[in-house]
Every structure is written in structure tokens, then in C-alpha cells.
Design a protein around this ligand. Structure first.
Ligand SMILES: [Zn+2]
Ligand SMILES: [Zn+2]
Length: 176
């Protein structure tokens, strides 16, 4: 990725990285949305009670150091996604859904240098939530997924739409 593809907002530098320090990343904007997923797949994949993900446009995040390795993992919907792991310590840093270089990266909030900046804006798949997890009323809960069009802030929906159309324009160009 060249730097001119990065949608940079200079006053927003959100960095994170793995446990051994080899792989470091940077978000160039605040996440579009942050949610916790309590599905059984996320529980198994992370080994804890729920996954905590910050959603960011693919091009608004860059790797500062290290070369993450991508591990293909099956999803409940029958497709696969990719988990980016530090090639040194194998800490899982983010997911790319459906295909590599998807529109959105799901960054694991626990790997941010300041994870406290990103409390969840929603809880999903609470039908399989661990019974000892008590959720506050600060964020809405959903038995399965939510309708992004109804829940996400307008600005985030616009950002997602822009990222999606930029990707399809690029794909159309490369097909010519
Ligand atoms: Zn590492
Ligand atoms: Zn999940």
C-alpha cells in the first residue's frame, strides 16, 4: 500500500501492536464502529467470553513494523475470514472478512496501546453470551447481528459507503 492511499487524519494516531513488539500498526482515523461479539465462534477463536472489535476502513490502517501472517479461519456463515497474526509471537491483531484486503478490518481492541478509548457501541449475538457476563445499559444488545443502517452514526455509514465504492471502482479498473 502506498501512503497516498491512506486516508490520513494527522491528529488521530491510534497505534497498537502484538505482545512481542515486532508487529505494530496504526489507524489513521477513529474506528467507524466498535462492537463486542458474543457468538460461539468468537468465543472459540479468542479463547475468552467475547470478541471486542473496532471496525476501520482497510485503507485507513497501516502496518508500521513486522510482517503479519494471515491465517484462514472458517466462519459460521460457511465462508472464511483471515486473521492477521504477528509472525513472531502469533498475537492475533485484526480480521479481514470474506477475502484478504476486504473493505473493513476488524481490529482486536485489546491490542491497541489505549484500548480504554474504545468501549463497545453495541453487543451482538448475546443469545450465546456467557451467563456470568453482565452488560451495562450503555450500549444496546442484540440477539444476533444489528442493522448497521439503523445503528451506525451517519458519518460512519458514509465512510463505509465511500470505502465500498472506492474498492469496487478499483476492482473495475483492474478488470479492464
Ligand atoms: Zn509479536
Ligand atoms: Zn462473533
Amino acid at each position: 500500500m502506498t501512503t497516498n492511499e491512506v486516508d490520513e487524519t494527522p491528529d488521530t494516531h491510534l497505534d497498537g501492536g502484538c505482545a512481542c513488539g515486532q508487529t505494530r500498526y496504526r489507524l489513521h482515523r477513529a474506528p467507524m464502529f466498535v462492537h463486542c461479539c458474543h457468538c460461539t465462534r468468537c468465543q472459540r477463536e479468542t479463547g475468552v467470553a467475547f470478541a471486542h472489535h473496532a471496525l476501520i476502513e482497510f485503507t485507513a490502517m497501516s502496518v508500521l513494523s513486522g510482517e503479519p501472517q494471515f491465517v484462514k479461519v472458517p466462519t459460521d456463515s460457511g465462508t472464511t475470514h483471515w486473521v492477521a497474526r504477528c509472525s513472531g509471537c502469533l498475537t492475533a491483531l485484526w480480521n479481514e472478512w470474506g477475502s484478504r484486503k476486504a473493505i473493513t478490518r476488524y481490529v482486536r481492541v485489546g491490542t491497541f496501546d489505549e484500548p480504554n478509548l474504545f468501549p463497545p457501541q453495541a453487543h451482538i449475538f448475546v443469545r450465546s453470551k456467557q451467563p456470568w457476563v453482565t452488560l451495562s445499559n450503555d450500549a444496546p444488545s442484540f440477539n444476533a447481528h444489528y442493522d448497521s443502517a439503523k445503528l451506525w452514526p451517519k458519518e460512519s455509514l458514509a465512510r463505509y459507503a465511500a470505502a465500498k465504492s472506492a474498492k469496487s471502482t478499483k476492482a473495475a479498473k483492474s478488470a479492464l
